[in-house]
Design a protein around this ligand. Structure first.
Ligand SMILES: [Zn+2]
Length: 335
């Protein structure tokens, strides 16, 4: 099925299509913004729109013409989609060199030659240097789309040769309606969006991977931990049965809410976890702001350790012990 334009991408789409109609489409575009907004989907749809032969009013590709069909089959000769090869994290210099050769050829259908590099930050130094040559001498037909949520990781020499197109999060009724169609009936959209930092695709991923169940296990476990009915080792082992990364994400969000309440005395309605308001307020007097910041730092560190594939059981246990220390919960043998 053909990808469609997402409701929160309309203004970027119009901007680029206007540039195109006025004949001032830049040779290189850098698509930036948080993860989970569908920037990659936008890039491939835009690439397809530059090849499509139909004249849809909003310039979205028809999906039916010869060029759309070739594109959708992955066999359009004027298109190159570059991502890390299977099992690799980086985009290898050979891939970018091959791209240079591809760009040097004239387009087969006398139209644009299109390149999408996603995620662009996966290019290593050699790859970036090799791409720079292509960017310095763009052919008239070339359009390069670089997609990244970490533009700072790209060399300034590359960024300065691209026009940036920013994607942001806007919570509108239309976006929520779109998201509700992607999620199972009854899913807590507010909570998922909040935990996903407002990014719809991330919210879908979190729902698919059982984040809310994991969250429930965590918060029930914390209650038991506080009441000394459970110890950190047992809770860590429960949490590690599912994705421990989600437990860390939930704990981070929990701690951020405690800090919000402690620091600004905000109302529960403005929390990242609005359903936890009363439970958090009850704990507020047992903890200092300094200790909450310390706990937050420890969770952030644990998230990095987790991404580096260190022992998840040990990481989780140490974070839960830190949580106990934060609340000065007396450690004694559990009976
Ligand atoms: Zn078409």
């Amino acid at each position: 099925m053909m990808a469609s334009l997402l409701p929160w991408q309309q203004s970027q789409w119009q901007l680029l299509q206007e540039s195109r109609q006025q004949g001032r489409l830049p040779h290189a575009l850098l698509l930036t913004g948080p993860q989970g907004l569908g920037k990659g989907q936008f890039a491939t749809l835009f690439a397809q729109s530059l090849l499509c032969q139909s004249n849809n009013a909003d310039a979205t590709p028809c999906g039916l013409c010869r060029y759309c069909q070739l594109y959708q089959a992955g066999s359009h000769p004027d298109v190159s989609l570059v991502s890390p090869l299977e099992g690799k994290k980086a985009i290898a210099v050979d891939q970018i060199r091959a791209l240079g050769q591809f760009m040097a050829l004239k387009s087969q259908y006398a139209g644009h030659k299109l390149v999408v590099i996603n995620p662009a930050e996966a290019m290593n130094i050699n790859s970036s240097n090799s791409l720079l040559k292509t960017l310095e001498e763009p052919s008239a037909e070339a359009v390069l789309l670089l997609v990244t949520h970490q533009p700072a990781q790209l060399p300034a020499t590359i960024r300065s040769r691209c026009q940036e197109v920013r994607f942001g999060i806007a919570e509108t009724a239309e976006n929520r309606a779109w998201l509700s169609q992607q999620l199972p009936a009854g899913a807590d959209i507010d909570l998922l969006l909040s935990l996903a930092g407002g990014a719809p695709f991330r919210a879908i991923q979190l729902a698919d991977e059982g984040l809310l169940e994991q969250r429930q296990t965590l918060f029930n476990g914390l209650d038991q931990l506080a009441g000394l009915k459970l110890d950190p080792v047992s809770l860590a082992s429960q949490l590690n049965k599912a994705n421990p990364g989600w437990a860390l994400l939930c704990l981070y969000s929990w701690t951020a809410d405690m800090i919000r309440l402690k620091a600004a005395e905000q109302t529960a309605a403005q929390l990242g976890n609005p359903d936890l308001g009363e439970r958090l307020l009850k704990l507020l007097n047992q903890v200092s702001l300094t200790n909450l910041f310390k706990l937050q730092d420890r969770i952030r560190q644990a998230q990095q350790e987790f991404e580096r594939n260190l022992n998840p059981a040990l990481i989780m246990e140490s974070v839960l012990m830190e949580w106990q220390n934060t609340f000065r919960i007396r450690k004694r043998k559990i009976t």
